[in-house]
Structures are given as C-alpha cells and as structure tokens.
Design a protein around this ligand. Sequence first.
Ligand SMILES: [Zn+2]
Length: 569
Amino acid sequence: MKPWSSVPQLAEPSMPFDLAQAATIERPEQLAALEPPLQRLLARELGVLPLADRICPVERANGQVTLLARAEYVGSDQADALIRRIQAAGYALSEPVRYVVPAPLLLALSRSPGGALPARHGSGRTPTALAGVFQDLVEWGVRQGATDLHLNVYRDAPESEVRYTVAGRYVAPDRFRPMPTDLLMDVLSVAWMDIQGGNGAVFDPLCEQQGSLLRQVDGRAYTLRWASLAADRGPSVCLRFLARDADAQFATLEGLGYQPGQVACFERVLCSEGGAVVLAGTVGSGKSTTLATLIRCLPGHRKVITLEEPVEYRIEGAIQNTIARDPGAAAQGPYAAKLRTLKRSAMSDVLLGEIRDADSGVAFMDLAGSGVNVYTTVHAPGAHAIVDRLASRFIGMPRDFLLTPGVLKLLVFQVLLPVLCPRCAAPAREAELCRGDATGRSVADWTRWLGWIEQLWGIDRAALRLRNRAGCAHCRAEQLPTLAGYWGRTVAAELLEPGLAALASEAGHAYLPDPRHSAMAHAMEKVGRGLVDPRDVEARFMAFETLLLRRQRLAAADGTVRTSAGGAS
Ligand SMILES: [Zn+2]
C-alpha cells in the first residue's frame, strides 16, 4: 500500500526513506514527555494546514523543528518536500526529525485551536480537539457508507477499539489503530455534551445511556443515535448513523428492492383507513428506512404524527416527536402524556417507532383501537411470527385484540442482502465455488449444491453469479477488503395481509408462512437475476440442503410423497 504513489514526482527525487530512521510515539504521555518539549505547531505558518492531520511540523523548545506523521506518510514525497520547506524557512531540524504518531493522536493535536500542545500535567487535550477527533470518526464512517460506529473502551488495556458496521459487516479500519483508551474516554465525554433527549448530564461509563446528537457531514445532516452498554471491560458505545433528509436513491419502495406485486399490496393497504402496518426484521434490516419511505408515499391530505425514540429520518409534512425515556428507571409511561394530547390532534396516521415493551404495546393498542392508521416496527423472525411476538409476555398484547379484523392490516418481514458488484461478479462454476470455500467441499459437492438450487427454486445455474472476493476498481473500498465484490444492499421481504390470510387458516391462532411468497423466495428471485450471491441467501436464511430435507419430511408426513432421502430421522 503506497498512498504517496499517486503524488507526481518532485523536481529533486530523494532516496526512499527508511522507516527505521523515524522514532515512534504510541501514547499521549510519550508525546508530552519529549525533550526538549514540543512548543508550537508550524502547519499554518508553513502553509500546510490541510496536511496537518497526516503530517504536522512542530517547533521544539530549542527552536528546532520535528515532523509528526502517520506511519503511511512519514516517508512520503510530501514529508520530504515539507522538510525542504522547513529548512528553506530558516529552521534547524531536530534529530531524529521524523516521528511516527497514531492517527487519533495526530488528529487531536492538529485540530486543537492555536495548536495547543500536550501539557506535562494532565492530558492537555482541549474539548475542541476532542470534538474534532469525534467528528473525524463520524465523517470517515459516513463517507464509507457505514450504518454504525462502535467505540469499545477497554479500561484494563492501554488501547481500545474503533469499529464500524459497513454493509452489515463489523469491521475495524487500520486508520484508527491504535486508539489510546484514555483518549477515547475523553472523546466520548465531550461528544455526550451535545446529546439530546439523553439520560444523564454527563457520560457515565457505569450506566446504560441513550440519546441522540446531530452532526453535519459533507453538507448533509445526520442524527447519531447513541446507545452505550456498561460492559465488563468498559463502556461499549454504538452510534447509529441516520441521514436526516430523504435519500433520493431510496425514495421509493422499488428503489429499496420491493417487487412490483409487493408495492401494489402496500398501495392497496395504504389507501384504506384504520388498522396497522407492522414491519418486522432484525437489527439493521432497514425497517425504519422502509417505514419512512411508506409515510412519504401518503397523500398530502393525511395528517401524520410520529412518536420515535428518537426521530430517525426527517419526513416532509409529518409532525415528528422524539420520545425520551430513561432505560434505568422503571416504566413510567413516557407515551402517556404524548398520547393524551395526540388523540386530540385530529391526525389520520401515526408512526410509532418501535414496539419493544409493554409501554409501547399499550400505546399501539390505544392508537390502533381508535381507528387511526398506525405504522410500526417490531423484532420478529418472519411476517407470520409478528402476532406471536406482539402477544409475547414482553409486550403482552391480548391475542384476540390482535386477531380482531381490521386491527392488523399488513404484516411485513424484511432482510437486507448484499448486492453483487455488476462489474466483477463471476458466473457460478464449481471451480470458482471451490476457490472461495473454507469448508473444503469438493467439485462434486458443489455440483450437488447447484442441483439443489435448480430443484428447489427452478433457477438455471447459468443465471447464477458469485461474488468476486478480490473485487474490482469499481467496488473495492480502499480500507475495507471485506466488502470487495459488493455494491450496496437490497431488500428481500415477505408480506402477509391478515384480511386475506384469515380465510386460509381458520383453525390456527396465528398465520401460517407461505413458502411461495417468503422472504427467502424473494431473495432467490434476485439470485435468479444474478443480483445476489446464493451463498449469502443461505447464510441469511438456511442451508438449501436443510430446506430440501424439510420439504421432503413435510411431504412424507403428509403421506403424499414417499422418498428414501426424507425418511431417515
Ligand atoms: Zn467489482
């Protein structure tokens, strides 16, 4: 990896720099203990301020100048050019002149106003510098398309961890390694000062805390939803990135990945009045995005109010409310006061962020029972499982209320799957499958596997495409090789209309899953179009072999088909 290789050759080429000649700084105390001490940042004076978070010239107490740089820049052409500039400005160089400094430390230093340098006593890091580090963590994540930033503090270790969720994967970029534990704690304390709707005036590593804060990145506003866990080794803070404005790319249900038939079902349901649309999925399955898109589709004559924890997306024309509640306190009905006023607000539609406990369950019943349209989300493993989840002892809604005709009008379950890079996805040949396989399956095993896809879903293997793990110039993100070969994500979903399903399962308490219209079937439809790698569908749902055995057993139990393969148990 040579970040400087793209820099045009300078007039006087120098010998390649030997990294062994640079001194290495790992901790803030080492920086503060340098002799003679660091005195003044020279980045502005030398006209290299934009470079300062990568290479930063600093004057020492004896008037000599030292270059602090990130490892990948310490020997770069830019560093060489800067050294010549320092000498041309009449400064003497220190010995050694170059120091390798971790990115977070250099950021904190270069972002401090007027170049405040580490003091001998105390950390010496100003709140502005710490806020700068936090902003850099947020910006990097947003620009990489991350959905979450994870700051894991390990109080028993000198270094802690910065991770992101990008395209559903939990990755640790090198850019923020090493992250000194005390620096990360200071960054979290400063970031918490801007929190809205949070519990606690200060960041408390021993408490579960929630709230949200706003940040601007590249001219767009983002809400960061903060959830910190008081884990054994220290606080673990997860920040979910939520773009506040409508994302043009995902402005429609089709854009999210819904089929035309599914979109027609949403439209049919949206035009009737009263009843609830409930969206299920796991964490990070895009439920909130789909709900916001749905609400934006509503005609302008409907009055929409939202109750969210917190507001995730700005929805034009809707009156949005953040419900703040203290996760440490006993249920105190944060919805109750809002609901009393809400019911006199003559609204037609209410978005209720999430049903996750008895309190939000009561709010849902209150609203759904009063004839308004309700849109909400819940954690459940399938559309047919939503009623069971709402009736579970955690939420506690009466089953007969839920099964009352008109209360639930649409149940949706969705997952997000990675989309193959259109430029480098490979045809599904056995040799290709063997190459990317860690389980050691043979060519014959993969041939059988391709046969199952054909047998189960009627998909011709010629249509299948696989992820190219190496990726191409189009899809390879510089620091995240785990995502090479993918290009965005798409929804796979199942929709269940209780109004239609009730006829089919008169005897049952809940609704039966329909395999022909399952989310897995939707995912396989995308596999059949070469958009999704079939191995990602197996990983998200179940092994094709399991599904085949299950079908054979069900058929055998029905007595309609007898096969030797399905008989053994
Ligand atoms: Zn590619």
